[in-house]
Ligand binder design. Structure first.
Ligand code: FES
Ligand SMILES: [Fe+2]
Length: 334
């Protein structure tokens, strides 16, 4: 089967590959997206530039170079590149010599949103997923950092759309072995471009971390939740407690290649902002590590044929994501 990352459709989508704070003033960042090695740095205008990590002169990795005043220098012969990847200096040339057009970098699209750096390798055909709470002053945003997981982005997304693993994988956090049954999932439009299901759940609230997040001292707390996706690979999970506290999680999986992914999550929360953000997301981090521990043991990418895997009613959400994802991959980018 062809690697899913070969689908041209994915090249027209935005994928988060770093946090904006990762792109510092003096060092470039190297990332890989859909098998393409890229270099990112902040140019003189302060915009982030992303370009193939290959110097147009003799193909040295620009990410081994350095950044001065927004200009990146190649470590091999010192050619330098500024705003929009334009070559601004060829040290071996006599002053006044014209810079050849092929010396400029073929940059790719970059946007900063939700504290993340989103890259699109080709003409964008989809939008960055919408989180209305980003502009709602009752909510604060907490970023978690970007991790590299030895697991396929398809496996991550499938997992994030799945709630039946909670009692089995998340036993160290909120999972409850006594509550394994999943109610009938009704798929629906969740608004703002998200598609998935809503459900009610009683979650274990046994330790201090869980209580910090739920704002409750009870052993078990009731949550109204929704889980939904936007194509190709983003999942949003929302939690609303009975006292009105809301906790929104954006779960992003960006394919490095077929079998490896960048994972990051972002939280929006309408608490009283009194607890440090890092403490607030410690529980979500622990949940992520539980998923990672399992997913990094599952080799390869998710089989995408509708009959390749056995599924049951509880898998309805992830099966629907996979069905739409396959359709999306097959769409020809005309
Ligand atoms: S390879 Fe980059 S300047 Fe020569
Ligand atoms: Fe999980």
């Amino acid at each position: 089967m062809t690697a899913f990352i070969e689908s041209p459709a994915l090249r027209h989508c935005w994928h988060p590959v770093a946090e904006a704070v990762d792109i510092g003033a003096d060092a470039p960042l190297s990332v890989t997206l859909l098998g393409n090695d890229l270099v990112l740095w902040r140019s003189p205008s302060s915009d982030i530039v992303a370009a193939p990590d290959r110097c147009p002169h003799r193909e040295a990795p620009l990410s081994l170079g350095w950044v001065d005043d927004g200009v990146i220098s190649c470590p091999y012969h010192g050619w330098a590149f500024g705003d929009g990847g334009r070559c601004v200096r060829v040290p071996s040339a006599t002053p006044g010599t014209a810079i050849p057009p092929a010396a400029h970098l073929p940059c790719v699209n970059v946007r900063e949103q939700y504290g993340l750096v989103w890259v699109c390798l080709d003409e964008p055909r989809t939008d960055i997923p919408e989180i209305p709470q980003e502009t709602d002053s009752r909510f604060r945003r907490i970023n978690s950092g970007v991790q590299r997981w030895n697991a396929s982005a398809t496996r991550l997304t499938d997992n994030f759309m799945d709630i039946s693993h909670f009692p089995w994988v998340h036993t160290g956090t909120f999972g409850d072995r006594q509550r394994t049954e999943v109610p009938t999932l009704e798929l629906q439009d969740l608004g703002a471009g998200w598609y998935g299901y809503q459900f009610e759940v009683d979650a274990r609230n046994a330790d201090d971390d869980a209580r910090l997040i739920s704002g409750s001292e009870e052993e078990v707390v009731h949550r109204h939740m929704s889980t939904g996706f936007t194509l190709p690979l983003t999942v949003r999970s929302t939690i609303r407690y009975e006292d009105g506290l809301e906790h929104i999680l954006l779960l992003c999986s960006s394919p490095i290649d077929d079998d490896h992914a960048y994972f990051t999550f972002v939280v929006w929360r309408n608490d009283d902002f009194s607890v440090d953000g890092n403490e607030v997301i410690a529980f979500d981090r622990a949940i992520g590590e539980e998923d990672r521990g399992l997913l990094e043991r599952v080799p390869g990418s998710l089989p995408l044929g509708q009959t390749d895997l056995a599924s049951v009613q509880a898998d309805r959400g992830s099966v629907e994501w996979r069905r739409q994802f396959v359709e999306f991959l097959e769409r020809s980018p005309s």
